[in-house]
Design a protein around this ligand. Sequence first.
Ligand code: DLZ
Length: 168
Amino acid sequence: MSQEKKKNLSEFTPFSINFNKKIRIGIVVSEWNDRITDSLLLGACQTLLDYGVLEENIIVHHVPGSFELPSGADLLYAADPTLDAVICIGCIIQGETRHFEFIAQAVAQGIMRVGLDHRKPTIFSVLTTNDMQQAEDRAGGVHGNKGVEGAVSCLKMLALRQELDEKP
Ligand code: DLZ
């Protein structure tokens, strides 16, 4: 696979990812900017299905805003220990105040922490953009769909875990 193809995960034609098809993946979606997060969710779900994840093994829950994504992911893991990974989907758009900075930083740190605490791939599919146009461009527009990229990243991490688990 070329270096470029490895980076731009939106423009993928499903390549082989060797993961157990019975995996269970949670998706937490922010209700803020829902036109954008709906597109990201659609991209993520379609990609998981394209790769052979069973529909009944994709568990979607909504949270009020991106700030709630880390605790949403944590709650999902606690409620369902059989989950293998969680994809966090959100869209934070810069406003007139510094709110954006606080939320974006907290969400990024929080999602990383939940993933490390649970030792499960916990994916940051959160757009942090200057305006709505930039968000649209990345939610099925000219710059692809970051939900698709999040799903591919998730499957790649699960394949890595499987590979390491299988090592003697
Ligand atoms: C309050 C707020 C603002 C101003 N902007 C966004 C945003 O652009 N994207 C987003 O996902 N959420 C936003 N929120 C809501 C916060 O994430 C959070 O839900 C509230 O501060 C309540 O904790």
